[in-house]
Design a protein around this ligand. Structure first.
Ligand SMILES: *Cc1c(COP(=O)(O)O)cnc(C)c1O
Length: 368
């Protein structure tokens, strides 16, 4: 049967770690290092008559995936993913943030990578099934959470080039501390001149593993120059600022206005980005999505018009940007303190997510 079947089976595992081992991990989880006891899986198949459907939704013990060596994902990179978090509130309830936006984005990415769309109810159910089973893995420290990684891969064994007719969707979870570790310190950024992460008509607006693969050489270059992250520009469009490898960028101006690069097709539309735009407008600030060039950044910082620059994304929430390094040129100050607007928006966003600030936009969904 290939029509979508929404029933979920639960196959619970023995716990992979003892309570003591889990507590030791949760005391210092870092980011993306440890995984919980279970995974949710939903398979997709196109039948002989060409009808596709999701089937065999299930919760299973976490473990390796058996894949045919000819599976399309291994050869042609037909893969997409999402990134979101589950937060434990003071009363013990567990929530996720703007899951509907992640569901919609997963489906936009699916369309671009010629993968099947997943109904939003199944997406939400895949998260709550996993979080309910593995809720003991949610760290409870300040700003800590359970990172959720839904992803979809082409599993069909076939080396011809066409969209796979067999696909698997899964969710894994990983306890998350503070992304860059410790206190919120501004990060230094390297301007990528040799590499782009996306081009017009490409997959830059989709959350696809391939975009990350193509950003790694630039990331290495950044690290070789003592920078934590890399900034991508549109070098064919006046060096318009695009984004970091996995985070969107914001500029705070002296007059209080906020600017973020307009979505151009080569920028990933972050859920954090759209939340920051909304929170800025809630404060009565003028927030514009427009083209902003590297020249404007350089001149704005030099002339004092631009007072703060920050990056944002689910994993690191909001991170102040310190110095920008473009070859031998340095823009901004090393060791500058995190900006006031940056930190205030960060506190507000984290407060909403963790249940200490009122959620006036209905952004939270209860999972457990
Ligand atoms: C995931 C991602 C972001 C941030 O998106 P959020 O929804 O805010 O986590 C930004 N840029 C890229 C390239 C990404 O993959």
């Amino acid at each position: 049967m290939t029509a979508t079947d929404t029933r979920f089976a639960r196959h619970l595992s023995m716990q992979r770690a003892s309570a003591a081992e889990r507590e030791a991990i949760l005391a210092n989880p870092g980011f993306g290092n440890y995984f919980t006891d279970h995974t949710t899986i939903i398979d997709f198949r196109v039948d002989a008559s060409g009808v596709g459907g999701w089937h065999d939704a299930r919760l299973e013990p976490y473990g390796p995936i058996a894949l045919d060596p000819a599976a399309a994902v291994l050869h042609y990179g037909q893969e997409i993913f999402e990134g979101m978090k589950a937060y434990r509130h003071a009363d013990g309830s567990i929530w996720t943030f703007r899951a509907d936006a992640n569901a919609a984005r997963l489906n936009r990415s699916a369309v671009r990578l010629a993968l099947p769309q997943l109904p939003e109810e199944l997406f939400l159910e895949s998260l709550s099934q996993l979080v309910a089973a593995d809720q003991d893995w949610i760290p409870s420290g300040d700003g800590e959470s359970l990172y959720l990684r839904p992803f979809m891969i082409a599993t069909e064994a076939f080396l011809g080039v066409r969209p796979a007719r067999e696909v698997s969707y899964r969710v894994i979870a990983s306890p998350a501390g503070n992304y860059f570790g410790g206190e919120v310190k501004p990060v230094d950024i390297w301007v990528s001149r040799n590499y782009a992460r996306a081009g017009r008509g490409g997959t830059g607006a989709a959350k696809a593993g391939g975009n990350y693969a193509s950003s790694l050489a630039a990331q290495l270059e950044a690290e070789a120059h003592g920078c934590k992250q890399v900034l991508f520009l549109d070098q064919f469009n006046d060096n318009a600022v695009e984004e970091l490898g996995g985070m969107n960028v914001f500029f705070v101006f002296r007059d209080g206005s906020i600017v973020t690069p307009a979505l151009s097709g080569t920028i990933l539309e972050g859920v954090t980005r759209s939340s920051v735009i909304q929170l800025g407008r809630d404060r009565g600030l003028q927030v514009s999505e427009r083209k902003i060039t590297l020249d404007e950044w350089r001149d704005g910082v030099a002339g004092g018009e631009i007072t703060e620059v920050f990056a944002c994304g689910t994993a690191a929430v909001i991170t102040p940007i310190g110095q920008l390094r473009d070859g031998d040129e340095f823009i901004g100050m090393a060791d500058a303190a995190a900006g006031e607007v940056t930190m205030s928006i960060r506190r507000q966003l984290l407060g909403i997510q963790t249940g200490t600030v009122e959620d006036t936009h209905g952004w939270l969904t209860r999972l457990v």
